[in-house]
Design a protein around this ligand. Structure first.
Ligand SMILES: Nc1ncnc2c1ncn2[C@@H]1O[C@H](COP(=O)(O)OP(=O)(O)O)[C@@H](O)[C@H]1O
Ligand SMILES: [Mg+2]
Length: 397
């Protein structure tokens, strides 16, 4: 269409009045069609010129920003035309800056109702020249509500699974407590005197089972409670080293050698030490349990392109291929006194770190659990500069 008008314009001096009128008519119609299309969009669109003045905006944008009646907004920079102070300073910042912005969120009032708006901007470039800025506004209020509903439904579903698990878990200790208390009652009613060892055996079992109940409840609460992770840039390698030193004594007592291999100068990653420590300790404890006849427990940390990988390796029993996903499910355990929550909790902690956990295992040979934590963007730039690009600059100079 644009080319058609360019050609028509080139011929304009030679056109008759009638032909010119037809051309104008075509232009007006074309413009009308574009306007209708823009105005029927649910998203707000604003185009600003190089002076940051809004030259095109659709009905939705007009409504969202309350550009309303008054002086023609197109004669002032956009931020002056907007009533909402937060949005106004955002427009000021993006229009005077050069970076594109994606989905910055704002709470604003539109027609007396609170709405959540996501604003994005893009520089308009034509033939290598900056022509202005395109701003896109999307009302994400309902989308956010639906997402929250979905999250609630999901967490309710997993809570139900967990609760069913707990109910199942507490049945055994409760049953056992009840049997031993009945035996104690019987002994108390009996005519003959009961030896003290008999009584203390029953009491011992009751105490043990109460402890088990307590652990089930504590672990359950840990698994369901929202985590208050506070992510800070830290050295994951140092944390792994600390854990290896912490567990060495217990491991060596069980005939397990502890080895560490930590890459020097690991990029810092975002982590909450308290929680990540718990996650790695859970892996280490499982590894020890998998080596009843001794072996080697290895801790490794090294950096990949996008993530720092932390490995906990053992030379133990291994896990059959078909159980490699089941082991992360709540209450799955193959141990007499296991809770089956260790890996569930570890998984949850790793996800709270925006990380991943994977496992590789060879029955009879051992297992490797890998926690991968994303390297923040800023750290990646620093790394690239240190290891390659930086030197490149020096060589060129
Ligand atoms: N390193 C490992 N080697 C072999 N099996 C493992 C290892 N880690 C976990 N498992 C298996 O996964 C199950 C679940 O682990 P977890 O969630 O920590 O619960 P628990 O340790 O209480 O059993 C364990 O019972 C065990 O069968
Ligand atoms: Mg465990």
């Amino acid at each position: 269409m644009r080319r058609f008008f360019q050609r028509a314009l080139a011929k304009a001096p030679k056109m008759s009045e009638e032909q010119l009128r037809a051309l104008l008519q075509a232009l007006a119609e074309e413009n009308g069609r574009l306007e209708t299309a823009l105005d029927s969009m649910l998203d707000g669109i604003i185009v600003c010129d190089r002076e940051h003045q809004p030259i095109i905006y659709n009905k939705t944008a007009e409504r969202m920003l309350a550009l309303g009646p008054g002086p023609d907004p197109s004669e002032r920079p956009l931020w002056v035309c907007v009533v909402d102070q937060e949005l106004a300073s955002f427009f000021h910042e993006i229009l005077e800056g050069e970076d594109s912005v994606t989905d910055r969120e704002f709470d604003i009032t539109v027609g007396g109702r609170n709405r959540l708006i996501a604003a994005s901007s893009m520089t308009l470039v034509s033939q290598g020249r900056i022509e202005g800025t395109l701003i896109h506004l999307e009302d994400i209020t309902d989308k956010r509500k639906r997402e929250a509903q979905l999250r609630r439904a999901e967490s309710l579903a997993s809570l139900t699974t967990l609760a069913a698990g707990v109910a199942h878990e507490i049945k055994n200790p409760l049953g056992s407590i009840s049997i031993h208390i009945q035996l104690l009652q019987k002994a108390a009613r009996g005519k003959e005197t009961v030896p003290v060892e008999g009584l203390s055996h029953h009491l011992g079992v009751v105490t043990e089972e109460i402890e088990r109940l307590n652990k089930i409840v504590v672990d359950f609460l840990f698994a369901v409670r929202p985590m208050d992770v506070e992510l800070r840039e830290s050295d994951a390698g140092a944390l792994v080293k600390e854990i290896a030193d912490f567990i060495r004594y217990e491991a060596e007592g069980a005939g397990v050698a502890v080895e560490t291999s930590i890459e020097a100068g690991l990029p810092r990653v975002l982590l909450d030490k308290r929680y990540l420590k718990q996650a790695i300790l859970n892996l280490a404890k499982n590894a020890l349990a998998a080596m009843p006849d001794g072996g080697t427990l290895g801790f490794k940390a090294w950096a990949g392109d996008d993530a720092v990988h932390l490995y906990v390796e053992d030379t133990g029993l291994g896990i059959p291929q078909e159980n490699l996903t089941t082991i992360f499910e709540p209450y799955y355990t193959t141990k007499e006194t296991g809770t089956g929550l260790g890996l569930t909790i570890t998984f949850k902690i790793v996800r709270e770190h925006q990380g991943d956990i994977s496992v590789n295992s060879f029955p009879g040979e051992g297992s490797v659990f890998t926690i991968s934590l994303p390297i923040p963007q800023r750290e990646k730039h620093l790394l690239a500069w240190k290891s390659g690009d930086g030197k490149g600059v020096e060589e060129e100079a």
